[in-house]
Design a protein around this ligand. Structure first.
Ligand SMILES: C[S@@+](CC[C@H](N)C(=O)[O-])C[C@H]1O[C@@H](n2cnc3c(N)ncnc32)[C@H](O)[C@@H]1O
Length: 279
């Protein structure tokens, strides 16, 4: 199955518009997404003292958690295509006194690091936005030390993650944007694509695992609020208070069918691809 194409200029424009919302909601989203960090960090076998490169790091996670895991004797290099997206990372790393974390602008298709520089390369929810993922995997392979390990997390199909499914359908209908298109964030929704591309790039011992989660946020908790702003930043800009309230009502109604007593019952689906640089 072929990947749908993405255009890097569109990606950059889109993330530039979304960056302030990601910075604003970084702490809230970290709490929600913490459960994604554990399996990724385990899959990457991160240990104290390691030199780790995190790609498409965005506003903080999993880079901040990995920086804590490598400790003061290790180092975490957090990177992103856009400096604006790293603003939340810099703020939070400084607040936490994490001197073993540094930030750099880097396009994962053309990394500026020397060959064999890192023990580990990680990426959470970033490879989907890259026009040529095999090229990004080749770059990760190049900057890893021989025997070094890599782990990449992607979303499964949109309909398997309730949060995105409801927000995309309801917000797109509200803004009159037409049916939900093939969104880049779900490009690796089909099983096997990630592993095939990692193998094509030259990784050994490639494995792809599938993880499904259930969550039960309290009724009326607006647990979706951050994701609405982080996904529809451009459309929300300039929306007056009445229209914003109407959008929130519509989204709340969309989630109402997942109510079970005093809790929503929602699910999420991710995949993790792992591989090793041949020695
Ligand atoms: C969904 S966010 C992921 C942020 C963070 N890793 C997380 O899991 O919350 C996707 C990020 O990919 C970045 N990105 C898109 N294309 C990229 C590229 N070619 N190289 C590096 N980063 C890229 C975007 O700027 C954005 O910050």
């Amino acid at each position: 199955m072929a990947l749908s194409p993405v255009d890097k200029d569109d990606v950059a424009r889109n993330w530039t518009a979304r960056a302030p919302a990601w910075n604003k909601w970084a702490e809230r989203v970290e709490k929600m997404a913490r459960r994604f960090n554990e399996p990724l960090i385990e899959a990457a076998s991160i240990e104290p003292g390691m030199q780790v490169l995190d790609l498409a790091s965005g506003a903080g996670e999993p880079a901040l958690t990995i920086a804590r895991a490598v400790g003061a004797d290790g180092h975490l290099t957090a990177t992103d295509l856009l400096d604006d997206m790293l603003e939340g990372m810099r703020r939070r790393a400084a607040d936490a006194g994490l001197s073993q974390l540094s930030c750099e602008v880097a396009d994962m298709e053309a990394l500026g690091f020397p060959d064999g520089r890192f023990d580990r390369v990680t990426c959470r929810f970033g490879i989907m936005f890259v026009p040529d993922p095999v090229q990004a995997f080749r770059e990760a392979l190049r900057v890893l030390k021989p025997g070094g390990r890599t782990a990449w997390m992607v979303w499964g199909p949109m309909q398997d993650t309730t949060l995105f499914d409801v927000i995309q359908h309801e917000a797109r209908a509200f803004f009159d944007l037409g049916p939900v298109p093939d969104l880049p964030q779900f490009r690796f929704g089909s099983g096997g694509l990630l592993a095939d591309m990692m193998s094509e790039a030259g990784f050994a011992d490639v494995e792809e695992q599938e993880l499904k989660f259930d969550a039960s946020p309290p009724a009326g908790s607006k647990f979706w609020e951050a994701n609405v702003e982080m996904s529809f930043a451009e459309e929300l800009a300039g929306l007056d208070a009445d229209r914003r309230a109407a959008l929130d009502d519509r989204i709340e109604q969309g989630f109402a069918r997942y109510l079970d007593g005093d809790r929503y019952r929602v699910k999420a689906h991710v995949r993790i691809g792992t591989g090793v640089k041949p020695s």
